[in-house]
Design a protein around this ligand. Structure first.
Ligand code: CA
Length: 223
């Protein structure tokens, strides 16, 4: 799951970056509003963590431009304690949630999970598809009630497929979910992770759509 972090404060940005990575996200971090615009115009993110006070272009302007382009990506804004007006304007401009600095990193991770879940159209915390139960809060997976141990990247890959169940994701889209910019991606990385997932979850769990990508079949009983 790929997150865009927009924060110009080096220490705070670094702390958020580290803690979101520990929570299993891949994080791209930019430090001004123009770089945020560029990132949002060129890449797909599961959510955005957006500071409002930024160099070159304010967070509110970034948010307004994003929503004017029709982008639905969930955005959580970071505001100072004394700026109630900023918070209100941020929500009016299309932010989905806000946190007041200083905040607890665990709370940020929890709110991101909730936002991503809501934007995927699911109200319950864990995703249930076929015999699989996938819980992003604990990064845990069960298959027919049995716990399955996955690495953070394997989990992220399965989660991306589960959020898009019934839809084919291309290798490039899956790489985007898994990797931040500048991270080295070996050409067969996705194949290797898919292989691991099939070994752990059963060969038929993930379908290969030849020449296109991969698909987690939707649960026929789900809707
Ligand atoms: Ca700032």
């Amino acid at each position: 799951m790929r997150i865009l972090l927009v924060e110009d404060h080096p220490l705070l940005g670094d702390a958020i970056h580290v803690s979101l990575r520990q929570a299993g996200y891949s994080v791209d971090w930019v430090q001004d509003g123009v770089a945020a615009d560029t990132a949002l115009a060129t890449d797909e993110f599961a959510a955005v963590v957006l500071d409002l006070g930024l160099p070159r272009r304010s967070g509110l302007e970034v948010l307004q431009a994003l929503r004017q382009r029709g982008a639905q990506v969930p955005v959580i804004i970071l505001t100072a304690r004394d700026s109630v007006e900023d918070r209100i304007r941020g929500l009016d401009c299309g932010a989905d949630d806000y946190l007041v600095k200083p905040f607890d990193m665990g709370e940020l991770a929890a709110r991101l999970r909730a936002l991503v879940r809501r934007s995927a159209g699911s109200a319950s915390a864990a995703l249930h598809i076929g015999g699989l139960s996938i819980d992003p809060a604990s990064l845990s997976v069960t298959r027919d009630g049995q716990a399955v141990s996955l690495s953070a990247r394997e989990f992220a890959l399965l989660h991306a497929l589960a959020l898009n169940a019934g839809r084919v994701l291309t290798k490039a889209q899956l790489e985007q979910h898994l990797y931040a910019w500048g991270e080295e991606v070996e050409s067969n990385t996705i194949e290797v992770f898919i292989h691991h997932l099939r070994r752990k979850l059963g060969a038929a769990t993930i379908r290969t759509i030849r020449g296109v990508g991969y698909l987690l079949p939707r649960d026929d009983h789900a809707d």
